[in-house]
Each structure stands twice: as C-alpha cells, then as structure tokens.
Design a protein around this ligand. Sequence first.
Ligand SMILES: NC(=O)c1ccc[n+]([C@@H]2O[C@H](COP(=O)([O-])OP(=O)(O)OC[C@H]3O[C@@H](n4cnc5c(N)ncnc54)[C@H](O)[C@@H]3O)[C@@H](O)[C@H]2O)c1
Length: 310
Amino acid sequence: MKILITGGAGYIGSVLTLKLLVAGHEVTVLDNFMFRQNSLADCCCWDSFSVIRGDCRDEGLMRKLMAAADVIIPLAAMVGAPLCNNDKAGTKTINQDAVEMLCRLASHQQRVIMPVTNSGYGIGEAEKFCTEETPLRPISLYGVTKVEAEKAVLARENSITFRLATVFGMSPRMRMDLLVNDFVYRAANDRAVLIFEGYFKRNYIHIRDVARVFVFAIDNFEAMKGKPYNVGLDDANLSKLELCAEIKKLLPDFVYLEAPIGEDPDKRDYIVSNARLAKTGFKPEWPLERGIRELIKGYTILRNSVYSNV
Ligand SMILES: NC(=O)c1ccc[n+]([C@@H]2O[C@H](COP(=O)([O-])OP(=O)(O)OC[C@H]3O[C@@H](n4cnc5c(N)ncnc54)[C@H](O)[C@@H]3O)[C@@H](O)[C@H]2O)c1
C-alpha cells in the first residue's frame, strides 16, 4: 500500500513509520518538525520512504500528496491540553480544520485511519465502564478538536478511528509528558512522586501495540471499517496509585505519597472496554510491566538535565 502519514515524525508516527516500512508498505511522511526532532533518521535508508517538510494545513500540498495515497493516517496535531492552550488558533486549524479538509479532498476509495484520545469518556462519572457507544464529552480544547475531527472522519466511507488510551513506551521522538512515561522517569530519577486524587482510574496502551493496531487495520480494513475502536489494555484500567505500585515492583526504592488536599486538574476517571477491538482478533502484546522495563532502560540513556551538572 502507498501510505501518507501527516505528523509521522512524532511520538507515535516515528514508531509507526518504521513498522509500516518493515511490513512492506511505501510510506510518505509530511511533518513540520516543530520539535526539531530527528526521529525518522533510521527510515531514510529505505527506498520506499519519502519525507516532506511542510504543513498539513497547506491545501495545495495535501492535494498533491494525497493523490498518490491508498491510505492516509492523519497524526499531525497539537497534542495534549497544555500545548493546545498555548496556541488555540493553531490547535483548531491543525487538529480539526486540517482533518476536515483532508476528508473533503479524499476520494471515496481512499482509506483514512486516525487516532483520537479517549480522554472525554466518563469525565466526572467515577467507575463508569465506557464502550464506543458512551458519548465523548471532552472539556479541553485538545479533546474538543480531536472529537470534531473524528466526526468528520467517521462521516465518510472507508474510515476507521482508534480511541487510544494513554500511550506509554519508548519512541525516537520521546514524550515524557505522558502519565506512565512521566511517573517512571520520576521513579527512576527522583525516586518520589506526590499524587493528587490517586484513586482516579485511567487506562493505558503501549506505543508498539498502537503501531501494531494500525498495521492490523490496514490488513483487515474491510471487516473493520466505518467504526471507532477503543484501544487499551484490558488488565490496565488502573488508578494512579495502582500504577505507582506496578512501577515500585520494578523500582523498589520508589516512594509515592497521596496528597490529602489538592486536586488534579485532569478529571479523567474511567474504565474502558476494548471488547469491540478484541472481537476483530487483535491482541495487545505489551503489558504494562514489559513497557515499564523498557522505559527503565530508555531512561538510562535519556536525561532531562540541560541545567544540571549530573
Ligand atoms: N500519545 C498519546 O497518548 C495519544 C493518545 C491519543 C491520541 N493521540 C493522537 O496521536 C497523534 C500523534 O500524537 P503523538 O503522541 O505522536 O504526538 P506528537 O506531538 O509527538 O506528534 C505530532 C506530530 O505532528 C507534527 N505536526 C504538528 N503540527 C503540524 C503541522 N501543522 N503540519 C505538519 N506536522 C505537524 C509534529 O511535528 C509531530 O511530529 C495525534 O493526533 C494525537 O492526538 C495520541
């Protein structure tokens, strides 16, 4: 297949692009490299890899790149609530308008597979078991723009969306702002975390399982198309305190304390069912413990220590 990935040099895209090349696909990445990342350096040796530095909002460029694509994977986005709040206009135009434009430009036959966050499920509804029928009610601008983009994608033929749990694991364009990645970094370096509202439950999925589910969807497109799918680990619907206990099993010196006062501004507290995806035959291969072991190795290499002597 000829595959176009926007934002393919990001945290997820950098792992996915190489996986698609290894699977035998021809991959074109469009990215503006806003983090000055060199995460696709290992892909350049592939003849089946092309890369364009540009903006996913550029209609002329997108029209040209899309003309050759069988599958389009829009990953380009301002990702996460804090980044989005820093540039609200950019967030709306990149996360939502550019995806709506892409849907307008795509032919009926072209396949679109897009990830969205599941973070709008169950806000303020403790212990709620969420399926794909549960309404997404995002509160952040990030969540709102992603949900609007999902509506545009699912309104067309030949589309699939993946509602991803919080992703964890190593990537050549690392993100340490994601919950598991952040806690393991603190556990490995500071040996301590202070937790607000530690009983709030979240769900998680490893980055390599995210890449695997995209490849799986390309291979099983006809059976899967036309629907959103929750993508998470069934046995990792864990509270923040339970997550810390998992980390402590591998890093016994880790100390975590729950603050008796204070609130987490992130109000997510929900349990997600991944039954729809499981019915397609997809099985995750990366339990939490395996990913934590991977992160501990990764953080032996990576250090956030520009202004420190050690
Ligand atoms: N990581 C998660 O936990 C998670 C969960 C759910 C959904 N997602 C979705 O997955 C996608 C990728 O997320 P990520 O975690 O890899 O984030 P990321 O920030 O690492 O990747 C985003 C990429 O888009 C590029 N980009 C930004 N603006 C662009 C523009 N105008 N034109 C071209 N490229 C642009 C960036 O350079 C970057 O490479 C996003 O759509 C995100 O909403 C991620």
